[in-house]
Design a protein around this ligand. Structure first.
Ligand code: CLF
Ligand code: SF4
Length: 498
């Protein structure tokens, strides 16, 4: 665990090189300036007090997710409901989906682990409890863990995720502990639809099934949402998009959660694989493809704000979103005695990010000017290889995911991500991986990366995807805007591009 905390001088050097300010051992992920949360100043539609809660939370702010890390501590094994997409028995170190965890821990172990991570990762800004079961079905362990962390790291925000069944009764305890962010997973507000998603719920040791169970769950979720908002908690609603079951209905869910004061709505694709042993997986229920998810998200403008950069994290995920390094911190690697915290490294890192964001704001203004000069171009999707910091700073062959940006004359927006595997393996390119990558980039016009070899570049070109490394180490937004203008110039008569 040497070379753990990144010194500020090193961060400044990396910035001058356009590299990500990543913590030791973990590569940083990607992002872009998107949506209403991408500014260092409080956006016009957000009170300053809310912005204070949002600006360093990687899930609540797309801008923050370039720079700040969350960690989950898996202290909540039990659940009080059964979703048809969940099987917590299945684990795989490479698996990234909610409910998956390699080891469960006690509150005391969680405290030691958080201190160990904080010592290596100045980016850490949020500790969340997201399972592997339900945080509030394990309220005692959840709250003891939060108390221990608040005592040790008062500048790190506390966040929890719940199915909402037991939220109402715990709102006061959440508020008293200064847990600032709560996520409720709500997949339906119609009991008939919800009954197709949940097998049962348990309330006061009594089990309910079918539509009765669904109705009770929905009532409690909405009541918990209202109470949490009234208590001043920042509430996000997660919904799993399940084609043929709730995909159309999620429009109503979006409107309803907005009406009840949810700050964000995060619509996630169903992950369904028979190997996971879930009811949906075994029944052959498919998840939505990227285009279906985007179509639904696009149809929801005007409802609750949407989160589009979720990575459907494991319940023991650690690091910047999309770059889980939880395996580097399993309990066998954590010292038996808690390490002392040094908040100065986090403060220095946050000051560094504040400076960097001033430069990004300037870049954002340049990008907006560039876009205004691109007349007549159709919107385009661009895939970006990045290790974080909002820059194009990763080789194509090293990417494990692509950030997907949409560009049009109105702006450059992060609209999602597509997963892949390293194309470059031991110095050689893997053609099977490249074929799958090309498939994953369906609908994308161009890839921006720090470098790419001629072989994958030619194959991408043959598939109709331009691979461009001319913008290496530039800010993503300015590069995508410049590429959009290039494309516009290709598409229209020369006279219009002057
Ligand atoms: Fe964790 Fe969730 Fe808090 Fe974030 S995750 S408890 S709000 S700190 Fe984030 Fe992960 Fe998506 Fe969740 S990317 S699955 S939305
Ligand atoms: Fe699994 Fe979470 Fe559903 Fe419980 S609420 S069954 S842990 S997905």
């Amino acid at each position: 665990m040497a070379d753990t905390i990144v010194p500020l001088a090193e961060l400044a050097r990396r910035r001058s090189l356009g590299e990500a300010p990543a913590a030791g051992g973990c590569r940083a992920p990607a992002g872009g300036r998107a949506g209403g949360c991408g500014s260092t100043a409080a956006p016009a539609d957000m009170p300053p007090a809310v912005w204070e809660k949002v600006k360093r939370h990687p899930c609540y702010s797309v801008e923050a997710h370039h720079f700040f890390a969350r960690m989950h501590v898996a202290v909540a094994p039990r659940c009080n409901i059964q979703c048809n997409y969940c099987n917590r028995k299945y684990d795989c170190a490479n698996e990234s989906r909610p409910g998956v965890v390699s080891e469960r821990m006690t509150p005391e172990q969680a405290e030691r682990k958080v201190l160990a991570v904080a010592a290596r990762m100045p980016q850490l800004s949020v500790v969340g409890i997201a399972g592997p079961g339900d945080a509030l079905a394990n309220a005692a362990a959840t709250f003891e863990t939060c108390d221990r962390i608040a005592q040790q790291l008062p500048d790190v925000a506390l966040c929890l995720s719940t199915n909402g069944l037991a939220l109402s009764e715990h709102v006061d305890a959440i508020k008293a502990r200064n847990i600032s962010h709560v996520t409720i997973t709500m997949n339906a507000i119609d009991p008939e639809i919800a009954a197709k998603i949940y097998a049962w719920v348990v309330i006061d040791r009594k089990r309910y099934d079918g539509v009765d169970a669904a109705r009770l769950l929905i009532e409690r979720q909405l009541d918990g949402l209202k109470r949490a908002v009234a208590a001043g908690l920042l509430v996000k609603v997660n919904s799993v998009m399940i084609p043929g079951i709730n995909d159309q209905h999620l429009r109503e869910v979006n409107a309803e959660v907005r009406r009840h004061g949810a700050f964000l709505h995060n619509i996630m694709p169903l992950i369904s694989d028979p190997a996971h042993g879930t009811r949906f997986g075994l029944d052959g229920q498919r998840g939505p493809n990227a285009a279906e998810l985007k179509t639904l998200q696009d149809s929801l403008s005007g409802g609750a704000k949407l989160m589009k950069h979720c990575r459907q994290c494991r319940a023991d995920a650690i690091g910047l979103l999309g770059n889980d390094c939880g395996q580097e911190f399993n309990m066998a690697k954590i010292e038996p005695a808690a390490v002392a915290d040094d908040p100065g490294t986090r403060q220095a890192y946050r000051a560094f990010v504040d400076e960097e964001q001033v430069q990004r704001n300037e870049a954002s203004a340049r990008a907006a000017r560039t876009l205004r000069t691109a007349t007549g171009a159709a919107p385009m999707l661009v895939a970006v290889c990045t290790k974080g910091g909002g820059r194009i700073n990763q080789h194509f062959g090293h990417a494990r995911e692509f950030q997907i940006f949409e560009a049009d004359r109105d702006g450059v927006r992060l609209v999602g991500h597509r997963r892949t595997q390293h194309y470059c393996q031991g110095g050689d390119g893997n053609d099977d991986v490249l074929d799958r990558t090309i498939e994953a980039l369906d609908g994308v016009s161009a890839v921006l990366c720090a470098r790419i070899g001629s072989c994958p570049k030619d194959q991408l070109t043959a598939a109709g995807i331009r691979a461009v490394d001319d913008y290496a180490f530039e800010y993503i937004e300015t590069a995508v805007a410049a590429l959009f203008r290039e494309e516009a110039a290709r598409d229209v008569a020369p006279a219009r591009t002057a």
